[in-house]
Write a protein of this length. Structure first.
Lengths: 116, 114
């Protein structure tokens, strides 16, 4: 069974600094997708960044980047130049296709606090 | 922009009541999902649907059922609400296909069962 582990329930960072959120996953699949989702307080969950497992290059979206280590089954999120608006719950997720259906498996989340 | 709406942000029900949570998406997505979110447990999939009238159980379907009569609408039903079903419920939708389409989430319904 696929599992996703986020080992840091809470993290904090000073505004303008860099923080890395950890995620590991377990799968026997060779082709899959990984995602980081952000859930701000009392707001909708939104996609931050995605990574396709067959791509060697790490995904980047503005201040957000990932360090994808396929052999180690590790998928960490780096937030550079942290802003107050980055404060949120962050969920790592693994997406698998099986026949005509799909499924997202989420980690338990990391609560990120950004200190001014 | 894709929009996923849920019928209520907050809901308070009594034990034993039948509860309906409604979700509507406006982007013609084939797939729709219901998750439950609890502190320290993350999001857990209750049910999902990949087409009208089609449904599949997720990881925690016990005590829940779903209905999808129209493509844009996916309902979660608690046949007889219990206090352990007090939680945040999130609906999501996505396009179907073997590509990295993301899931779009609704704002959530915080259900309290007393």
């Amino acid at each position: 069974a696929q599992t996703v582990t986020q080992s840091q329930p809470e993290m904090s960072v000073q505004e303008a600094e860099t923080v890395t959120l950890s995620c590991t996953y377990d799968t026997s699949e060779s082709d899959y997708y990984l995602f980081w989702y952000k859930q701000p307080p009392s707001r909708q969950m939104i996609l931050v960044i995605r990574q396709e497992a067959y791509k060697q290059q790490n995904a980047t979206e503005n201040r957000f980047s990932v360090n994808f280590q396929k052999a180690a089954k590790s998928f960490s999120l780096k937030i550079s130049d942290s802003q107050l608006g980055d404060a949120a719950m962050y969920f790592c997720a693994y997406r698998r296709f099986q026949g005509g259906s799909e499924k997202l498996v989420f980690g338990k989340g990391t609560k990120l606090t950004v200190n001014p | 922009d894709v929009k996923v709406t849920q019928s209520s942000r907050y809901l308070v029900k009594r034990t034993g009541e039948k509860v309906f949570l409604e979700c509507v998406q406006d982007m013609d997505h084939e797939n729709m999902f219901w998750y439950r979110q609890d502190p320290g447990l993350g999001l857990r999939l209750i049910y999902f649907s990949y087409d009208v009238k089609m449904k599949e159980k997720g990881d925690i379907p016990e005590g829940y059922s779903v209905s999808r009569e129209k493509k844009e609408r996916f309902s979660l039903i608690l046949e007889s609400a219990s206090t352990n079903q007090t939680s945040m419920y999130l609906c999501a939708s996505s396009l179907s296909g073997a590509t990295s389409y993301e899931q779009y989430f609704g704002p959530g319904t915080r259900l309290t069962v007393t």
